[in-house]
Design a protein around this ligand. Structure first.
Ligand SMILES: *Cc1c(COP(=O)(O)O)cnc(C)c1O
Length: 376
């Protein structure tokens, strides 16, 4: 396949169909089992859908191209993709995670490591000295970064982290959910594995739960990640794969719009008397701004967090008063969402008055007017 610009790859992502009808979009094959060749039991094509089926080919190829990966697997959720990576580690392994990161992964790790022979620690990955100190020589197998990170949108230096990880004989895994491959391709900075909650921007319409894992090279570790999907049964379903492919075709447009509106909103919030602080990597005042300029292209993402003056109760009053912003969890959809994060992740040291804003594709002026009315 020729190397097009990402916009073209995405827009045409579903069109490489070899369907005999000439249908421009591939059909959804619901079959769980596929005919064997007439002789013998050697299976060359599809066999049983838990191991894969035709409808995975295009979304996996599209993501592989966008991220510059050697291989891609789609999973039934972001969490199933991410846990498949951790569960590919040998017993006794140690992993380093950021302090600021997706809370679901933090919750899972805590319980899983208590039950299994896995050690992990959290490091402030914005501080590379702190990061180096977190490595346990001979034991650290994975350095895990999420950049920009939930919910402060800190930037972690992928090239520097890859260097630290590789010198310790470890792999760097990057959760690229928030940046999306439109804004950042971690493998090009030296990451070994990229994971996504495809539930968010990749699908973009809040109607599919999906995850993806991608690798820079197909080695034994990657084989174990694939084995985990096949044998845990965490493959993405057929309908979901078709919806995900449809959603991804407009990824560049949605992300571009969200970035532009988020920048306008974040800048406007700086001036609002009821806003104590704004976290957005596009603002020069954000600690990750310089790194974001080097590591992200085309924008700083669609996620903004603000601290509201007057504490948690005042922040709750804001989420109760918005009309355009929907009070709900998740991110990366076409509709804008607002949430007081501490209510969701009380153990993550999030400020009690932090509102996380997932900027959708509505008119930026409507988003600002609505938030201004709610702020009072
Ligand atoms: C939502 C999310 C996940 C988990 O993905 P699911 O699809 O909900 O399982 C992981 N990482 C980040 C950054 C997320 O936003």
């Amino acid at each position: 396949m020729p190397r097009y610009l990402p916009d073209t790859t995405l827009a045409q992502g579903a069109c490489e169909t070899h369907d005999p009808t000439g249908a421009i979009i591939p059909p959804i094959h619901l079959a769980t089992t596929f005919l064997r060749p007439s002789e013998g039991y050697s299976q060359t094509g599809w066999s049983y859908s838990r191991y894969g089926y035709p409808g995975l080919e295009q979304p996996e190829a599209t993501l592989r191209t966008l991220e510059g990966a050697a291989d891609c697997r789609l999973f039934s959720s972001g969490m199933s993709a991410m846990t498949a990576v951790i569960m590919a580690l040998k017993p006794g392994s140690h992993c380093v995670f950021p302090i600021d990161m997706y809370h679901g992964m933090r919750t899972w790790l805590k319980r899983y490591s208590a039950q299994q022979n896995l050690k992990f620690s959290h490091a402030d990955m914005t501080d590379l000295e702190c990061m180096r100190a977190a490595i346990i020589p001979g034991q650290t197998s994975i350095v895990w970064a999420e950049t920009p990170s939930n919910p402060h949108w800190y930037l972690y230096d992928i090239a520097a982290l890859a260097d630290i990880a590789h010198k310790a004989g470890a792999r760097l895994v990057v959760d690229n959910t928030v940046a999306t491959p439109v804004l950042s391709q971690p493998l090009s900075f030296g990451a070994d594995i990229v994971v996504h909650s495809a539930t968010k921007y990749l699908n973009g319409h809040s109607d599919v739960l999906a995850g993806a894992a991608m690798t820079a090279r197909t080695d034994d570790f990657w084989e174990q990640v694939c084995f985990n999907r096949d044998y845990h049964g965490s493959v993405l379903g057929q309908f979901q794969a078709a919806l995900l492919m449809r959603g991804m075709r407009t990824l560049h447009l949605r992300v571009g719009r969200a970035c532009a509106s988020a920048m306008t909103l974040a800048t406007a919030c700086l001036e609002h008397p009821k806003v104590e602080k704004v976290y957005y990597p596009g603002l020069p005042s954000h600690p990750g701004h310089d790194l974001a300029k080097r590591q992200m292209t085309g924008g700083f993402g669609g996620m903004v967090s603000i601290l509201v003056k007057g504490g948690a109760s005042e922040a709750d009053r804001v989420t109760a008063r918005t009309r355009v912003w929907k009070p709900a969890t998740s991110l990366g959809g076409v509709e804008s969402l607002i949430e007081r994060r501490e209510a969701i992740e009380p153990n993550s040291h999030v400020e009690p008055n932090l509102l996380r804003l997932s900027v959708g594709i509505e008119a930026a002026s409507d988003l600002i007017d609505d938030l201004w009315t709610a702020l009072g």
